[in-house]
Design a protein around this ligand. Structure first.
Ligand SMILES: [Ca+2]
Length: 344
């Protein structure tokens, strides 16, 4: 190949790489830490490349992927209604069955070659800015389970780019939750969640994963966000006879603080409020509220540079420990160990 044709080919590749995205679904990839990483981008029909557009990152749970997450949450439909760009990153792992994000708390796995998913997210946002017109003040993160735990890690370690977070059925997994600024949090959790259980991991499972109990997570968020320790609690109308009911706990911040809101779903499982669940496996999903609507309402109120004024807060710490069936734990651990030398 001549130098001229090489230069033309390079130019063409660069042009292709920067090809802007229009409305619809797009499979994208990038290189991060020497790995090829993938993600889906859903651009709403009314997207105007001349205008900065909000972005919601939606992180899947273990044993899922980006496409499954789009289906489970229905967040692309919400994106179409509300006019934001929905982005579904894919995690990594030895097999697609146990793709995860490095959210902290994966104690048994930390000696293995885990990617830095905070760096990946930052890299993704860089790449995204070359594909669509991102409103950098309105980049948000939500996620389920492991993906919810990843939200907390991003709040702690990427708060200059992530404006607010909405973890669902996933608590803090990192050791120290100390965001550089108060990051607004809206959290959804079922009291009957059998995977990320309300009171934290059990001795059976803490060798594979550790995460903080819901109450402790809320307490840490309230402290970080300069909220009062006691929440304003409201029982919401039990509008659907689905075996669940919902209590809203609002931890109101002092000046220069930020909101912390918990939706406690009595009888709810490891599920996405308002979306159908594999009930026999994961437990009930409440239909009394729609997480997508509440999350977007919350995000809209919390762009990156806002002035939050007073409200109040809190929580009491709770002892933890949850229980995956030992057989399942052994199978997962065996899967990781047998791939311990694999490149994630
Ligand atoms: Ca109900």
């Amino acid at each position: 190949m001549s130098l001229l044709s090489l230069a033309m080919a390079t130019h063409l590749l660069a042009a292709l790489a920067a090809e802007p995205l229009g409305p619809g679904d797009h499979s994208c990839r990038l290189e991060s830490e020497g790995r090829t990483r993938t993600f889906l981008v859903h651009v709403p029909p009314d997207y105007d490349p001349g205008r900065p557009t909000p972005v919601v990152l939606i992180f899947h749970g273990t044993a899922m992927n980006a496409r499954m997450m789009a289906t489970l949450t229905g967040m692309s439909k919400k994106a179409d209604e509300a006019g934001f760009i929905a982005v579904y990153p894919n995690g990594t792992g030895p097999t697609k069955l146990i793709w995860t994000f490095n959210c902290g708390g994966l104690a048994e796995l930390e000696s293995m070659s885990r990617p830095d998913d905070v760096a990946f997210t930052a890299r993704l946002l860089d790449e995204l800015a070359s594909l669509v017109h991102v409103d950098s003040q309105r980049v948000f993160a939500t996620g389920l389970s492991n993906g919810g735990m990843m939200c907390y890690r991003l709040a702690a370690e990427l708060s200059d780019r992530i404006a607010a977070i909405a973890p669902v059925a996933g608590t803090i997994g990192i050791e120290n939750y100390q965001p550089k600024r108060p990051v607004p949090v809206i959290h959804f959790h079922g009291t009957s969640d059998a995977i990320i259980t309300w009171d934290g991991p059990s001795e059976t499972t803490e060798t594979i994963i550790s995460f903080k109990p819901v109450d402790e997570t809320m307490r840490l968020c309230a402290e970080a966000n300069r909220c009062r320790p006691t929440p304003v609690t409201t029982d919401l109308p039990d509008v659907v006879d689905d075996g669940t009911s919902v209590t809203r706990q609002e931890y109101r911040p002092s000046q220069a603080g930020a909101d912390v809101v918990l939706y406690k779903i009595h009888g709810g499982g490891h599920s996405w409020p308002g979306q159908a669940s594999l009930e026999r496996i994961l437990g009930r999903a409440t239909m009394d509220i729609a997480a997508n609507d509440l999350i977007w309402d919350f995000f809209q109120k919390h762009p990156l540079h806002e002035n939050v004024e007073g409200r109040s807060i809190a929580t009491r710490p709770a002892a933890s420990r949850f229980a995956l069936p030992p057989r399942v734990t052994r199978q997962i651990l065996h899967g990781y160990r047998s791939h311990s030398r694999a490149s994630f």
